[in-house]
Design a protein around this ligand. Structure first.
Ligand code: GDP
Ligand code: MN
Length: 380
C-alpha cells in the first residue's frame, strides 16, 4: 500500500526524522486557514499517489493565506498522471541550500534492504543512476545482523558527503529511517529531496512510502491510512469488473490465463524488447464475457498500443477462448493489433476458428516468444 506524502511524513516524525510542520486541507478555505495557522511562507502540495508532482504543477510556494488559497484553487482538481488532486498538504516553506536523496528499498536479488544515498537529489534517481552512477552510494544491510553505525558511515563516505555537520545529521536520519522501514514493514521509504537548509539543517522535504500489504494486520494505524478514492482508477474499474489486473507503465497489453502464465508473459514481453502495460489474469475461464471484461479494462489504458493474448489450455479450452475473443471483437470496437498464442487443449481448433474469422487486426503466432516479438513490433 502506498502512503501519501503527509502520511509518510507522519511516520517519519514518529521516528524522529526531521520534517516541516504542516496541515491537511481539502478546500481553498482550509488551505487559507492552514497558512494562517502556520504563518509566513508555505508550500502547497498536491497529495496524490504518484511522483513528479512538482513538474506537473502540483507543488507551489505561497506567500501567505491569500496566496495559499489561490494556489490551492489552482492545484485542487488537477489531473496528475491520471490522479485527480483532492487533498493538499500545506507546510511551512523551507529554504533550500542543497538537495540530497536517501532511500531504502528491497534488493530482491541480494535478498536484503538496500540503502541509496546521493548528493545529487531533487531529480529522478534513475537519471542519476544512469548518468552519474559513481555519485550514487549503495549499501546492503544484513537483516539478521541489523543496522550498524559503521554501515551508515560507509554510506555517507560513499556519497562523498564531506561536511561534518551534515554527516552527523544524515547518520542519525539513516539510522532512524532503517528503524522506520523495518518496524513499519515497509517495502520502500524514499526521501527526495533530503534537503540542507542555508543554516545547515538536514530534513525530509518529501516522502515516498510503501508498506507491505501482507503486514498491514500488524499496523492497524497504517492500514487506516488507505485512501480508497486515490486508488488507480483503472485498477478500481478492474476490481468492479472482477478482473485480476495490475497496471504497469509500458505499451503491450497482456492477457494470460492463470497467474503463473500471466507473469511469464510479462517476462517474455521484456525479453522481446518491449514493455508490458499491465498484468492481467483471465483466470481459469475464457468465456466471452470474461474476455470482454478483461479487454475493456486493458483498452481503457491509453498507453496500450498492442494486445498479447497468451493462453495455455488445460481445463480452459482454446476453442472456447477463440470464440470468446471473436465475440468480444463483435461487441467491442477495438482497432489495436491483437496477437494470439494458443496452446494446449483444443489449440488447433481454436487457431482454425480464428483463421476462419480472420479479423484484420488479429495475428496468430505459434509460440509464446514469436507472439511476444510480434506484439512488441506492433506496439509502435
Ligand atoms: P515531487 O515533485 O512529487 O517529488 O514533490 P516534492 O515534494 O519533491 O517537491 C518538488 C520540488 O518542489 C522539490 O524538489 C523542491 O525543489 C520544491 N519544494 C518543495 N517544498 C519546498 C519548500 O518548502 N521550499 C522550497 N523552496 N522548495 C520546495
Ligand atoms: Mn520528491
Amino acid at each position: 500500500m502506498d502512503l501519501h506524502e503527509y502520511q509518510g511524513k507522519e511516520l517519519f516524525r514518529r521516528y524522529g526524522i526531521p520534517v516541516s510542520e504542516g496541515r491537511l486541507a481539502t478546500t481553498p478555505e482550509e488551505a487559507r486557514a492552514a497558512a494562517e495557522d502556520l504563518g509566513g511562507q508555505v508550500v502547497v502540495k498536491a497529495q496524490v499517489l504518484t511522483g513528479g508532482r512538482g513538474k506537473a504543477g502540483g507543488v507551489k510556494l505561497a506567500d501567505g493565506p491569500d496566496d495559499a488559497e489561490q494556489k490551492a484553487r489552482d492545484i485542487l482538481g488537477l489531473d496528475i498522471r491520471g490522479h485527480v488532486v483532492r487533498k493538499l498538504w500545506i507546510e511551512r516553506a523551507s529554504d533550500i541550500a542543497k538537495e540530497y536523496y536517501l532511500s531504502i528499498t528491497f534488493d530482491r536479488g541480494a535478498k536484503r534492504p538496500l540503502f541509496m544515498l546521493t548528493t545529487e537529489g531533487g531529480v529522478e534517481i534513475e537519471q542519476v543512476a544512469e548518468e552519474n552512477p559513481d555519485a550514487l552510494a549503495r549499501l546492503h544491510v544484513d537483516p539478521l545482523e541489523g543496522y550498524q553505525p559503521y554501515q551508515a558511515r560507509r554510506l555517507i563516505y560513499g556519497a562523498r558527503l564531506a561536511d561534518p555537520n551534515e554527516q552527523k545529521q544524515v547518520l542519525a536520519i539513516v539510522e532512524k529511517l532503517y528503524r522506520c522501514f523495518v518496524e513499519s514493514d515497509a517495502m520502500l521509504t524514499e526521501i527526495n529531496p533530503l534537503i540542507v537548509t542555508p543554516e545547515g539543517e538536514v530534513k525530509a522535504l518529501d516522502s515516498k512510502f510503501t508498506v507491505d500489504d501482507s503486514a498491514l494486520f500488524r499496523h492497524p494505524d497504517v492500514a487506516e491510512m488507505r485512501d480508497v478514492e486515490a486508488a488507480d482508477p483503472l485498477e478500481t474499474f478492474a476490481r468492479e469488473k472482477g478482473v485480476t489486473y495490475v497496471k504497469l507503465d509500458g505499451e503491450v497489453g497482456i492477457l494470460g490465463n492463470g497467474a503463473g502464465l500471466s507473469m511469464s508473459t510479462v517476462d517474455v514481453v521484456v525479453v522481446a524488447g518491449g514493455r508490458p502495460a499491465n498484468f492481467c489474469d483471465l483466470g481459469g475461464g475464457g468465456d466471452a464475457q470474461g474476455v470482454v471484461d478483461a479487454l475493456e479494462v486493458i483498452t481503457r489504458d491509453p498507453q496500450v498500443k498492442s494486445i498479447f493474448f497468451n493462453i495455455f489450455g488445460g481445463i480452459t479450452r482454446c476453442d472456447e477462448v477463440a470464440r470468446g475473443i471473436l465475440a468480444a471483437l463483435d461487441q467491442m470496437d477495438i482497432s489495436l493489433p491483437i496477437v494470439v498464442r494458443l496452446d494446449g487443449t483444443n489449440a488447433e481448433e481454436g487457431r482454425r476458428i480464428l483463421a476462419d474469422a480472420a479479423p484484420p487486426n488479429l495475428h496468430v503466432e505459434p509460440t509464446m516468444l514469436e507472439a511476444a516479438e510480434r506484439a512488441v513490433e506492433l506496439a509502435v
